[in-house]
Ligand binder design. Structure first.
Ligand code: ADP
Length: 621
């Protein structure tokens, strides 16, 4: 049978119940004994005492009747008879109540004396003479006188009364002693029961509370992360089952931690391997600014090493001055820092060589939005920086060493063609015109290249000013009106006067819009039309469109239309360079806008670009 906690508690009280039972039964027996003793005294002794007292009374009366008889009072014979009857009754009572040792002999003695006394009494009453009666009563020797017989009977009856009375007193003393000793026994028994009850309560409480205490301690230890807990299972009751379940839970927690650790280790190894595979230096910084992970490139470059084990001393990394503020704002405000321009680059010296890096700092968040740290990625742009330098040098060289002489050549050709220095033959004129066209094309190319290089360098800051979209489009249209008229192409401006002004660098945006309109005129056959339009996109932006009914651009070339030097094969005309649209795109991007192109061959092309609405406060794009 399974000993449940309830059963165990109930069984624990059994000894107390048994003791109470024993005490109850003993009490009951004692009470019975005391009661029986009283009754026995009454039955055995008290009756004999009363019988002897009554018998004595009757005896006295019989004796008195003799004295009356001596004095001649014959009616006393009636008293004599009446009291003999009573005497007989009392003696009979005593005969039936012989209980004590020696009592029987005394009763037999009194019986004998009674028989003699009666006989002698009866003989007394037959005497008529007072003298004889007196003699029979006082002085006769054989048989003894009635008075003597009376005293003999009285002595025996006294003896019977006395032994009964003594016995009564002894029994009473016995009963008292029994009651006295029972009291002590009962007091002892009750005290014993009380001690046992207290001990049992303490033992039960201890046997229940102790395992619960152990469980509590073990649970608290698990709460602190000490999972190596095992509770010895002693009782096979509910607490035992609880302990067993607890041990099972602790075991599963240990297994879980083990597998978590293994998984964590794998994840850590995988993430370490991932960042190790990056050629650029990558660092993971924890919220306190310590290096949590670093790939070999970072270790080589910065001389930092992340802690090996969990308890390893953390490695501090003091970032170079330009990175301190972005790193702390990434850790504190989760603000990413993505540098793009070379002026944000950081230089590190490795050996004898300076290496240039563009830093990217990205906050790492947990799923609840808390900061886990920040990843610092240093993009090695040393090569690009050198190329940029080379490009700048090239632009400067082209500007000075190529453009200036070419301008002189073009001027010289112009002067020759005007024949101010002498007349030209037809052949010479033809050669010079050809040379002029080539010089023009070369200058155009140089202009475009320089413009693009300057835009890409982003060295020139735009000077923005407000202009109404309609006015802007009208200016653009005016600049190409003559060429369009020559080609019989109509230019129409459709823009609401009420549109808010846009923020543009007039000189640059004019270059972009002119490029688009020039292309539209070029690629629209005679009789076609061009619409310059403007519309509001939202509170912030205005969209401008240049739409023509020209030859269009095949779908497959649209994605490359803004690439440098790209020209649609087979349909690009004249002295183009393929740089016009690339310049337009750069200018629009510098204004914070976007440009798109839609086209359908044979039907026409639409270039759409967005510009920012002018706000009162000055701003730079
Ligand atoms: P370029 O005009 O100097 O050749 P662009 O960059 O301005 O260079 O234009 C690139 C190419 O895009 C052009 O050669 C031409 O083929 C195509 N293109 C540009 N605008 C249009 C247009 N409105 N309609 C059809 N084709 C065009």
């Amino acid at each position: 049978m399974k000993l449940t906690l309830q059963r165990r508690l109930m069984l624990s009280f059994l000894p107390i119940l048994a003791l109470i039972g024993v005490l109850g039964i003993a009490g009951r027996i004692l009470l019975d004994r005391l009661g029986n003793a009283g009754q026995a005294i009454l039955r055995e002794n008290y009756d004999s005492v009363v019988a002897m007292v009554d018998l004595n009374e009757a005896l006295e009366r019989i004796d008195s009747s003799f004295q009356f008889g001596i004095h001649g009072q014959e009616d006393a014979h009636d008293i004599y008879e009446k009291h003999w009857a009573l005497y007989g009754k009392h003696l009979d009572r005593e005969r039936r109540n012989i209980t004590l040792p020696g009592e029987k002999e005394l009763v037999r003695k009194i019986d004998d004396l009674t028989a003699l006394y009666r006989e002698e009494g009866d003989r007394f009453w037959k005497l008529k003479n007072a003298g004889e009666r007196k003699h029979a009563y006082f002085a006769s020797e054989q048989p003894p006188a009635l008075l003597t017989r009376f005293r003999q009977i009285k002595d025996v009856s006294e003896a019977i009364r006395e032994i009964n009375q003594r016995n009564m007193e002894e029994s009473s003393r016995d009963a008292k002693r029994l009651a006295e000793s029972s009291r002590w026994w009962f007091t002892g028994g009750l005290a014993g029961a009380a001690v046992l009850a207290v001990w049992l309560s303490w033992w039960i409480a201890r046997s229940v509370v102790r395992p619960v205490e152990e469980l509590k301690k073990a649970a608290a230890a698990i709460g602190r992360g000490e999972l190596e807990q095992h509770i010895p299972i002693k009782p096979r009751d509910e607490i035992g089952e609880l302990a067993e379940t607890f041990n099972l839970m602790a075991q599963q927690l240990r297994d879980l931690r083990q597998s978590h650790r293994a998984r964590l280790l794998r994840t850590q190894q995988a993430s370490q391997a991932t960042i190790d595979s990056f050629p650029d230096p990558v660092l993971v910084i924890d919220p306190e600014g310590n290096v949590h992970m670093a790939n070999p490139a970072a270790r080589r470059l910065l001389g930092v090493s992340p802690p090996e084990g969990a308890m390893a001393v953390v490695t501090q990394w003091i970032p170079p001055e330009p990175l301190q503020q972005p790193l702390s704002s990434a850790l504190r405000n989760q603000q990413p820092y993505l540098s793009q321009a070379f002026d944000q680059a950081v230089t590190f010296r490795i050996g004898n060589e300076d290496r240039i890096f563009l830093p990217h700092i990205l906050p790492i968040r947990d799923p609840y939005g808390g900061t886990l740290g920040a990843a610092v990625v240093l993009n090695d742009v040393t090569r690009f920086r050198l190329m940029d330098q080379f490009k700048s040098d090239l632009v400067a060289t082209v500007d000075h060493e190529l453009k200036t002489p070419l301008t002189s050549v073009r001027l010289a050709i112009h002067v020759l063609l005007e024949e101010t220095v002498g007349a030209l033959t037809a052949k010479q004129t033809e050669l010079l015109i050809d040379a002029r066209e080539n010089a023009e094309r070369l200058l155009n190319l140089i202009e475009h290249l320089l413009a693009l290089a300057r835009l890409e360098n982003a060295k020139e800051i735009l000077s923005l000013e407000p202009i109404g979209p309609r006015a802007l489009l009208q200016r653009t249209a005016d600049a190409s009106t003559l060429r369009a008229q020559d080609k019989h192409v109509e230019i129409d401006v459709q823009a609401d006067e009420s549109l808010p002004p846009v923020a543009v660098d007039l000189r640059r945006i004019a270059v972009a819009l002119n490029n688009l309109l020039e292309n539209a005129v070029t690629y629209t056959p005679s009789g076609g039309s061009i619409v310059l339009s403007a519309e509001q996109v939202d509170d912030e932006q205005i969209a401008l469109a240049v739409k023509d009914t020209g030859i269009g651009i095949p779908q497959e070339y649209l994605p490359r239309i803004f690439d440098k030097f790209f020209r649609v094969p087979g349909q690009s005309e004249g002295a183009g360079t393929g740089l016009g649209l690339a310049i337009v795109k750069e200018i629009v991007a510098a204004h914070g806008g976007r440009i798109t192109c839609e086209s359908e061959p044979g039907k026409g092309t639409t270039f759409r670009l967005t510009l920012q609405v002018w706000r009162n406060e000055p701003r730079t794009a």
